[in-house]
Design a protein around this ligand. Structure first.
Ligand code: HEC
Ligand code: HEC
Length: 296
């Protein structure tokens, strides 16, 4: 009897050791995923003209919605922080950083560091970013990227409180086990040469460009056929001809994005950031509409 118990003990003990080792291996894989400090990036000259700053402001506020995540004035905003955000998942601490030149901000980083963060998904200190939609921003032309940074450099410095990223053991284990999906960095073709500039028009080609940098795919799925909003978990509809939007006229589309009212009179929820997108120009929204109508 005593012998059997001893063997049972050894087997259970062995299993515990195997499980612990597996957790350590998965955790280590997760840590590695978040520090892919690769030597990536493309040099861009940042303009200073008033036109460039105005273009950058339009991109940041209307098209790309940086303030939706980085907060008003891009002063930083908590994503997970049990002390600040009720019901934070047990993932530790994550802020969309303060992008101003204030003491708690990262706004003094070099142009090359901004480029690596925004178009390549690697933060100022070499960490692999999560949630930040660099996999879409990687499509930004050099000209628009330059305008965006020209604008960010004009932001008034803010000392709004923020905290450095401190992901939990659980977050690393889940990432290592592949449960958090691919990080933006991993979704980017890091060797692709950026496009210098693209003429604005109502063409489907320009609409495709806008649909990328506006990160429609973050919520509507990579094929724009509908998915779930990663933040609220709300299901998102298809934007292609396979969905309702396929039957909308361009005027109905413009009205929906400017006012949140669908053609049937129902109201779009605020999980769809139509209030920001609605400040895009009619020409830009028409380009997006023309692009969406090429997709089946
Ligand atoms: C969907 C939310 C979201 C949007 C939209 C977004 N960001 Fe971010 N951004 C984040 C988060 C979260 C981080 C921090 C990620 C981390 O630490 O892993 C981040 C990180 C960054 C960083 C890196 C800062 C550092 O410490 O190295 C820069 C620069 C940045 N964002 C700029 C922008 C700009 C400019 C825009 C608009 C064009 C933008 N972001 C839009 C969520 C977002
Ligand atoms: C942060 C997540 C998010 C992003 C980014 C986003 N959407 Fe949405 N969108 C939603 C959600 C959620 C709904 C469903 C809203 C509802 O049912 O009230 C929606 C609904 C829509 C609808 C209504 C479609 C229908 O069949 O009723 C249109 C049109 C739309 N989005 C267009 C866009 C476009 C164009 C972009 C990019 C410029 C975009 N969305 C980016 C979350 C998002």
């Amino acid at each position: 009897m005593g012998k059997i118990l001893k063997w049972v003990g050894i087997v259970i003990g062995g299993l515990v050791v195997v499980v612990l080792l597996a957790v350590v291996v998965v955790y280590t894989l997760g840590r590695a995923k978040f520090s892919q400090n690769a030597n990536v990036g493309h040099p861009v000259t940042i303009p200073t003209s008033a036109e460039a700053v105005a273009r950058g402001k339009y991109l940041a506020s209307s098209v790309m919605g940086c303030d939706g995540c980085h907060g008003p004035g891009l002063q930083g905003q908590a994503f997970f922080d049990p002390a600040v955000v009720p019901n934070s998942p047990p993932f530790g601490i994550l802020y969309a950083p303060n992008l101003t030149t204030g003491q708690s901000g990262v706004g003094s980083m070099s142009d090359a560091q901004f480029e690596r963060a925004i178009r390549h998904g690697i933060g100022e200190d070499g960490r692999t970013l999560l949630i930040m939609p660099s996999q879409e921003y990687t499509h930004l032309t050099d000209e628009d990227f330059g305008a965006l940074i020209a604008y960010i450099k004009t932001l008034p410095p803010s000392d709004a409180p923020t905290k450095p990223r401190a992901l939990s053991f659980m977050a690393y284990v889940l990432a290592g086990a592949g449960q958090l999906g691919q990080l933006p960095y991993e979704q980017i073709d890091q060797n692709a040469a950026p496009v210098a500039s693209l003429a604005a028009s109502t063409s489907a080609e320009y609409g495709q460009y806008l649909s990328h940098i506006a990160a429609c795919r973050d919520c509507h799925g990579v094929d724009l056929k509908g998915a779930v909003d990663p933040e609220t978990g709300a299901p998102t509809p298809s934007l292609t001809n396979s969905g309702e939007v396929g039957g909308w006229t361009v005027d109905q589309f413009l009205t929906a994005l400017h006012t949140g009212a669908r053609p049937d009179g129902s109201q779009l929820s605020e999980a769809m950031p139509w209030m920001a997108y609605g400040t895009m120009t009619d020409n830009d929204l028409t380009a997006i509409y023309n692009y969406l109508h090429t997709l089946n």
